[in-house]
Design a protein around this ligand. Structure first.
Ligand code: CU
Length: 201
């Protein structure tokens, strides 16, 4: 009897150690080169629509600041459905509007320092330019990814997307001026899939 319960205990311990299939996740990482740009920063790499998968948008808002007469960050990737708060941190009035249809050509108006106004980016795959009608040189982008598996390249062109469930996906890349073909990738249960994107005109 004792022997049996010990075996049972060992079995339970072993089964609790094994990771459920749904939690098995790997990483997508890689490098982007950009022919025709100063460097390969601020490209958004994201896993495209996954059939029969819906990702509820986060309750937490994303944030884009207007500080020292620039939008920060210059490129903001979010999961589609995310609300972005646009903050003014300058002593002057700023505005935020977009001429892009996928963001309903919104114009949030003009507001002073310390205040913010919000917009929810519902359309999957929308890459919308953010402009300020007070300062024509101000420009930024919000990119609405269909999945929570996205990343932005750093100045070295590198990106890393962690926690991607094992499977085969199409990975898209967005850049404000350049283009590259999507890549097919298979993510292992544990480990890394690597992609090299070559952006060009
Ligand atoms: Cu402005």
């Amino acid at each position: 009897m004792k022997r049996f319960s010990m075996a049972l205990a060992a079995l339970i311990a072993a089964s609790s150690l094994s990771v459920p299939v749904a939690l098995q996740a790997g990483t997508i990482e890689g490098t982007v080169t950009a022919k025709g740009a100063r460097d390969a920063r601020d490209a958004v790499v994201y896993v495209d629509v996954i059939k029969d998968k819906v990702f509820p948008p986060p309750k937490e808002h994303a944030k884009m600041d207007q500080k020292n007469m620039v939008f920060i960050p210059h490129v903001l990737p979010v999961l589609a459905g995310t609300t972005v708060d646009f903050l003014n941190s300058d002593d002057v009035l700023h505005n935020v509007f977009t001429p892009d249809k996928c963001a309903q050509k919104f114009n949030l108006g003009t507001w002073p320092k310390g205040q913010s106004r919000a917009f929810t980016f519902k359309q999957v795959g929308c890459a919308a330019v953010m402009l300020c009608n007070v300062h024509p040189e101000m420009e930024a982008f919000v990119v609405a990814s269909p999945t929570p598996y996205f990343a932005k390249t750093g100045p070295d062109g590198k990106f890393r997307i962690e926690g991607v469930p094992a499977g085969s996906y199409t990975v898209q890349i967005w850049h404000e001026k350049l283009k590259a073909s999507p890549a097919a990738v298979t993510v292992p249960a544990e480990g890394t899939a690597t992609i090299a994107f070559a952006l060009a005109k």
